[in-house]
Design a protein. Structure first.
Length: 255
């Protein structure tokens, strides 16, 4: 007998997941309510246990169970699979990152605490899936905005962040470079910790020899800038002044 939540009205066979999984097959029209399922206590479940309980409840009052385990013969360290059947849901992955990706996919597939019976296998087509952000660009992000951005990148399985801090980084010894949105050391540590938890690698980007308007606008550094720039966007280090390279090295070490 077909079973589904009464509020479910969208096209059942559509795939509402970005990025789209490599293989997804709905095995029936039955929907499974995980609210009273139990989460098996396994090492593979530890990184995602709290999030699974937040999403589905998993009170343990019913006979159904959710199992997290290792994915055998995985084509990639980031590969994962999902099997949803009445009475049992299985998540398997080749790594902690893959298990996180499985849960991110479930977030997009679920209807409340319900999941349709399915078999899903996924692995990335590209090993590096990066995103570039200039935190001091037209739309400046504050600390809370950066944390939300990290969560959004995790949702879409981004694993590398090319991060351009500019005046948002608390460069020691250069207070003139600090802006209104400069992070504190504690906030910077929290950003790095959030990325580590979401399995996102940070590659800091430091501009040189051009695009240094955020430095050149300050009188303390005007002698390092090539003459003739009319606006900050045109500023670059003067290649004949070794001080520009020395400043770059100092900033790079701190990143």
């Amino acid at each position: 007998m077909e079973k589904r939540p009464g509020f479910l009205t969208f096209n059942d066979n559509a795939v509402h997941v970005i990025p789209e999984p490599a293989h997804l097959r709905y095995t029936s029209s039955v929907y499974v309510d995980l609210a009273d399922y139990a989460l098996a206590d396994t090492p593979d479940a530890e990184p995602v246990a709290a999030e699974l309980r937040r999403l589905f409840g998993l009170s343990g009052k019913g006979p159904g169970r959710v199992l997290c385990g290792e994915l055998a013969d995985a084509p990639s360290p980031e590969a994962y699979s999902i099997s949803v059947r009445s009475g049992e849901v299985r998540l398997a992955s080749a790594s902690r990152r893959g298990m996180l990706y499985a849960v991110e996919t479930l977030k997009q597939l679920r209807a409340g605490t319900w999941l349709r019976e399915m078999e899903l296998e996924d692995a990335p087509a590209m090993a590096i899936r990066g995103f570039h952000t200039n935190l001091a660009s037209i739309r400046q992000l504050d600390f809370s905005g950066v944390l939300r951005l990290i969560d959004e990148m995790a949702k879409f399985k981004i694993n590398l962040w090319l991060l351009e801090y500019n005046q948002c980084f608390p460069f020691a010894g250069h207070p003139a470079m600090h802006g209104a949105q400069t992070f504190t050391p504690e906030e910077l540590a929290a950003i790095e910790a959030r990325c580590k938890d979401r399995e996102i690698e940070i590659i800091p980007l430091l501009q040189s020899f051009g695009h240094v308007g955020h430095i050149g606008i300050h009188p303390e550094y005007k002698d390092l800038i090539e003459p003739g720039a009319k606006v900050a966007g045109d500023m670059q280090f003067c290649p004949l002044n070794p001080g520009g390279f020395e400043l770059f090295k100092d900033l790079a070490k701190q990143l």
